[in-house]
Design a protein around this ligand. Structure first.
Ligand SMILES: [Zn+2]
Length: 458
C-alpha cells in the first residue's frame, strides 16, 4: 500500500483502542494503512491536542426537517396540547412547500452541520419523491438525486434509503398532503431503487437501500415484495408511537415486530428505527437486526424511551440517527441513549460495557455511533483499521468543555461531556471535509438557507 500522508494527533482510536505516540498513515486511495511512527521524510500533518476518532455514522436522517427547528415548540393554532401527530402537521406543511432547489438547500445545511459535528456518513431516509401535485418530475429521481448531490457537495458519504409509501394508514383514504410520497405499486417502489442504483454507480461514496416507511404506511403485500427482492439494506420506522402498535394489531393481529418477523424481514440487513414501544417477545425477535435509536428526536417528540439495555442483551446491533434534526449532535445522541435509561431504571451505567476501565462504557457508545451505524447501512466504515476507509474526525481536547480530561478517560470525557463544537476536522475517504472548524460552504449555505427559511414560512 502506498502511504501518501500521515496525521499525527495526540491520541487516536485505532482498531477500537485508544493509542498514543503514533500517527495514522493514509494510503493514496483514501484508506487507512497503519498506526505507527512515521519514517524520516514522510509528509506529516501535526494535530497537537487533537483526538482522532472514526467518523460518526448518522444512520437515520430526514435532512429537510432542519427547516422545522424552533418552529414546533408551541402548540398549533387552536390546540392546547402537542404530540407527534400534531408535530407531523407542521412537517407536512414544509414538505408540501419545498421545490427541488429548496430541498437541496435545506439538505445541504443539514449535511454541513453534520460534518461540523464529526459525522462522515449519513443514512438519508428519503420520502419526498414527486412534485407538489403528486405527479412525477420529468426525471422521477430528481429529488433523490438533489439530496445525494447536496451530501456529496458537502463531502459526506451517503446511503440513500429510498422510501416506499402507499397510504396514510389501514383503511384510510389517500391523503392529499402525502401525495408527494406515494408510489402506486410496490414494483414501482423497487424499480425506483434499482434505477437510483444505476444513476449513482459511478460514485463509490453513494449507495442505495430500501425503506418501506412503516407498517402504517405500507400494506402486507409491499413488505412481502421487499422480502422477495432482498435489497442490501431495509430500514423502517417501527413502533415509534402506541397508536401505530394498536393499528398494526387491528390490521394484522400482531404487534409490529411480530408482524415483520412473520413476513421474514428481520435479518442482518434490517434496521428498525425507533423501536420504542416493544413487548418483551419483540425484543428477542430483533436479535439479528439493527435498531436505530434517535433519542434526541424521541425526547423532542415525546415518543418514549428505547429499551436499549434489553436489545443489547438480545444481541441487537444498536446505532444512532439525528432523525428530525432538532439537534445534530452525535455525542449528545449517545449520552441520551444511556441517560434516558438511567432516568427510567434509576441507576447509572445502564448499558452493558465491553471491557474494563474508565473508558469502557464510552467505547461501547462510540462503537454504537460508528461501527453500529456502518453495519446498519451495509458499509465498511466506522472503524479505523488497515484497509478501512479513512473516515474520521478530530476532537479538540483544548475545548473548554474537555479541559482536564483524565488521560485514561479521554473517550468518557468526550462522549459524556463533549459538545459537537469540539469537533474541528473531518475526513471522508481520506479527503479533508472540515478544517479547523471551517467548511468552504459555510457562508454560502448559511445565506441561502436563511433566505429559504424566510420564503418557506413567509
Ligand atoms: Zn424518521
Amino acid at each position: 500500500m502506498v502511504v501518501s500522508r500521515w496525521l499525527q494527533p495526540e491520541a487516536l482510536v485505532w482498531g477500537g483502542r485508544l493509542v498514543r505516540d503514533v500517527a495514522l498513515a493514509i494510503a493514496a486511495d483514501g484508506t487507512c494503512d497503519a498506526a505507527a511512527v512515521p519514517p524520516p521524510g514522510a509528509t506529516v500533518e501535526r494535530l497537537p491536542g487533537k483526538l482522532l476518532l472514526p467518523g460518526l455514522v448518522n444512520a437515520h436522517s430526514h435532512a429537510f426537517q432542519r427547516l422545522l427547528r424552533g418552529r414546533t415548540q408551541a402548540p398549533g393554532a387552536g390546540r392546547a396540547q402537542d404530540d407527534f401527530w400534531t408535530w407531523r402537521e407542521t412537517m407536512y406543511r414544509v414538505a408540501e412547500a419545498l421545490d427541488p432547489d429548496g430541498l437541496a438547500i435545506a439538505s445541504r445545511q443539514s449535511f454541513l452541520e453534520m460534518a461540523h459535528a464529526g459525522i462522515t456518513t449519513v443514512g438519508e431516509f428519503h420520502y419526498l419523491h414527486h412534485a407538489p401535485d403528486g405527479r412525477p418530475y420529468e426525471d422521477p429521481l430528481e429529488l433523490a438525486l438533489r439530496v445525494i448531490a447536496a451530501a456529496r457537495e458537502v463531502g459526506l458519504r451517503i446511503h440513500l434509503l429510498r422510501v416506499g409509501y402507499a397510504r396514510p394508514g389501514f383503511n384510510a383514504p389517500p391523503e392529499t398532503r402525502q401525495r408527494r410520497f406515494y408510489d402506486s405499486h410496490p414494483d414501482l417502489f423497487l424499480a425506483a431503487i434499482s434505477a437510483l442504483e444505476q444513476r449513482v454507480r459511478a460514485d463509490p461514496l453513494v449507495t442505495v437501500g430500501a425503506a418501506p416507511h412503516s407498517v402504517r404506511a405500507v400494506p402486507r403485500s409491499w413488505l412481502e415484495a421487499v422480502a422477495r427482492a432482498r435489497p442490501s439494506t431495509v430500514h423502517m420506522h417501527v413502533a415509534e408511537q402506541p397508536r401505530e402498535v394498536e393499528a398494526c394489531l387491528a390490521e394484522h393481529g400482531r404487534r409490529p415486530v411480530e408482524f415483520l418477523h412473520e413476513i421474514g424481514l428481520l435479518d442482518e440487513r434490517f434496521t428498525a428505527v425507533h423501536a420504542v414501544h416493544l413487548a418483551r417477545q419483540e425484543v428477542s425477535l430483533l436479535g439479528r437486526s439493527s435498531v436505530c435509536a434517535c433519542p434526541l428526536t424521541e425526547r423532542d417528540l415525546g415518543d418514549g424511551i428505547l429499551p436499549a439495555d434489553g436489545l443489547a442483551a438480545a444481541g441487537t446491533s444498536l446505532c444512532i440517527g439525528t432523525d428530525g434534526q432538532s439537534e445534530i449532535d452525535p455525542f449528545g445522541e449517545l449520552r441520551a441513549l444511556e441517560g434516558h435509561l438511567r432516568l427510567q431504571r434509576g441507576r447509572r451505567l445502564a448499558l452493558p460495557s465491553t471491557g474494563e476501565g474508565p473508558d469502557a462504557l464510552a467505547r461501547t457508545l462510540l462503537e454504537i455511533g460508528t461501527h453500529g451505524g456502518a453495519r446498519s447501512l451495509g458499509l465498511d466504515v466506522g472503524r479505523l483499521a488497515p484497509r478501512r476507509p479513512a473516515d474520521l474526525c478530530a476532537v479538540d481536547l483544548g475545548h473548554p468543555a474537555l479541559l482536564g480530561a483524565p488521560d485514561d478517560a479521554l473517550l468518557a470525557t468526550v462522549v459524556f461531556s463533549g459538545p459537537a463544537s469540539a469537533v474541528t476536522d473531518t475526513w471522508v475517504q481520506g479527503e479533508r471535509v472540515l478544517r479547523g472548524g471551517r467548511h468552504a460552504l459555510d457562508e454560502d449555505s448559511a445565506r441561502e438557507f436563511t433566505a429559504l427559511c424566510r420564503r418557506t414560512f413567509a
